[in-house]
Write a protein that binds this ligand. Sequence first.
Ligand code: NDP
Length: 325
Amino acid sequence: MEYRRCGRSGLLLPALSLGLWHNFGSIDDYEQCRRMVHTAFDNGITHFDLANNYGPPPGGAEETFGRILKQDLKSHRDEIIVSSKAGWPMWPGPYGDGGSRKYLMASLDQSLKRMGLDYVDIFYHHRPDPDTPLEESMRTLDQMVRQGKALYVGISSYSAADTEKAVKMLRSLGTPLLIHQPKYSMLERWVEHKLLTVLEENGVGCITFSSLAQGLLTSKYLNGIPRDSRAASARGNGALEAAVITDALLGKVRHLNGIAQRRGQSLAQMALGWVLKDRRVTSVIIGASRPEQVEDSLQCLRNYYFSDDELEEIEGILGKEVGVD
Ligand code: NDP
C-alpha cells in the first residue's frame, strides 16, 4: 500500500480506502462484509469510510462495521482510521437532517454507539446545508474535536467557494479542515475547475468517492446489466440507475476499456489510477460488493502513470459534456 499525506496535516491515508455505503447493511450477508473488510485491511487499506445513513436500514453499515471491529479488529484500533458523517436525512422530524448543531452532535453520538467506539478519526459534514449558517456547522465540528469525539474534521460535496469559507472559519477556531470528500471520476470532473486548487493552496486533503462511477467505469455493464449489479438492485438514494446506462455512454466505456486492455489493466484499475495520478488526491474511496473486487481494484497501484498520448486519447473519448448525474 502507498500512503499519502493528507494535505499539510500529520495524517497519512492509504491511496485506496474502503467505503461502506452499499453492501454493508443489515440486509447484506455479514460474512461477505467481514471478508471485504479483512481483504482491505490485510492489504494495507487502513481507512474505512462510513456515514450515519449507510445501510439499509440507515445505521446498518455502522452496526455491521462495529460488529466486525469488535469481533476481529479491536486490538488493531490504533492502526485504523474510521470516518463517519451526518448531513443527509437520518431520522424523522426537524432534527435529523441538515447542518444544525442539534443534528450533528446527536448523530455523532449515535454513530459512536452503533460502532462501539469512543471516537471517530474523521467526522464530516456530509453536504452543504444552505439553510444553516456555515458558522454553526463549523463550530460544531470544532467542538466535536474539543470533546474528543473526533480527531479530525472534514466536509463533503461543498463548492469551492464554501470550502474557502469553511477553511477560514475552522482555522480561526483552531481546528484546521483536514479533508474534503467530493465525487470525482472520469465521468464527473467538477473538482478540476477550482476545488482541487483551493484544497492544495490551503493544505487540505482530498478523498474522492464514486471514482468507478458506481461500477460504470468497469467492464461489468459492457454486455448488459448483470442481475447482481448495483444498477439492477435499484436501492434509490442516488444509487446507479439502469436508465443512465445509455448506448452513447457505453460506447465511451468500451473505448476506455480498449485503452485499459492495451495498458494491461482492467478498466476499474485504469479508472482508479486516472484519479490517483493527481497528487492532490490523497485517497480514493472504493466501493465493493465482494472481496475479489477489492483485490482487483488494489492492482491499480501498480500503474497509475499515463503517457501524454494516453491522456490525450482519454480526453478525446470523455469530451467535456459527459456526466452521469
Ligand atoms: P465506486 O464508484 O467505487 O463503485 C463501487 C461499485 O462498483 C461496487 O459496489 C461494485 O458494484 C463495482 N465495483 C467495484 N470494484 C469493482 C471491480 N474491481 N470490478 C468490477 N466492478 C467493481 O464507489 P461507490 O459509489 O460505492 O462509493 C464509494 C464510497 O464513497 C462509498 O462507500 C462511501 O463511503 C463514499 N461515498 C460518499 C458519498 C458522499 O456524499 N460523501 C456519496 C457516495 C459514496 P456492484 O455492486 O454492481 O458489484
